[in-house]
Design a protein around this ligand. Structure first.
Ligand SMILES: [Zn+2]
Ligand SMILES: [Zn+2]
Ligand SMILES: [Zn+2]
Length: 237
């Protein structure tokens, strides 16, 4: 399938859904988005959410400024509608077909929807401000001038980072369900723990020494966290 936003070929990911169903998710690397047919985003099991989390980590790159209004449904060509939603205290959005064929969700919004993202604390913002001036927004790629505030002036997203809690919860859930050997990469728990430690220490020292920090600011903090996590997973496997 071609991406409804940028028209490039999407990569198909087959995942496990509830009740033994297969869920097909299309991933677009150039515009950093996922397409779900119908309501398949609700069919994902904890294992497939983790798998998508990992697929995002392997494809994440510096976000580009996007023009979402050009998006059309790949099935019926109707204009997709920008839809705002809320998950706990996190706002996220996606583009949905008015005829219910599916929805296009940016990586960043998928991570928000599934609880993988949290805003920086005031303390973290203060630590960051001591060391750097500008960080790119994880949502739209726009530069955020830390002297002027902690939200992106272009899209309004608060500065955010990856929250490993959710990934750790999913891993724990899968282990309880005793399907761990099949669905959880044995290296994942350790990599998550390391990524958490390095992400948190990145606010203290900085910048230059740590590869996380160097790549980090241009990719946005969320992309940097994901890149670091994937680097750790590769080293262990
Ligand atoms: Zn695309
Ligand atoms: Zn449609
Ligand atoms: Zn932004």
């Amino acid at each position: 399938m071609d991406c409804p936003r940028c028209r490039q070929a999407m990569e198909v990911h087959m995942l496990d859904g509830h009740l033994g169903r297969d869920v097909e998710v299309d991933l677009c690397e150039p515009c950093q988005s996922l397409w779900f047919d119908g309501k398949e985003n609700l069919q994902l099991t904890p294992g497939s959410i983790l798998e998508l989390f990992r697929a995002i980590g392997e494809h994440v790159r510096k976000p580009e400024l996007r023009d979402g209004e050009l998006v059309k449904c790949p099935r019926c060509k109707a204009g997709l509608r920008r839809t705002k939603d809320m998950q706990r205290n996190t706002r996220f959005e996606y583009f949905r077909c008015p005829n219910d064929h599916g929805r296009l969700t940016a990586f960043f919004d998928f991570l928000k929807e599934k609880d993988f993202i949290r805003p920086l604390t005031p303390q973290q913002i203060a630590d960051l401000r001591k060391n750097i001036k500008i960080v790119n927004c994880s949502n739209c790629g726009g530069p955020v001038d830390l002297a002027k505030g902690s939200a992106c002036a272009h899209c309004g997203s608060p500065l955010s980072m990856l929250d490993m809690d959710q990934a750790e919860r999913l891993v724990a859930q899968l282990r309880v369900a005793d399907r761990g050997s099949k669905t959880v990469d044995p290296a994942l728990p350790l990599a998550l723990a390391r990524a958490r430690a390095e992400t948190e220490s990145a606010f203290k020292g900085l910048p230059g020494h740590d590869p996380w920090a160097r790549e980090g600011w241009s990719m946005g903090l969320v992309g940097a966290g994901l890149t670091e996590l994937m680097r750790l997973l590769k080293r262990d496997s």
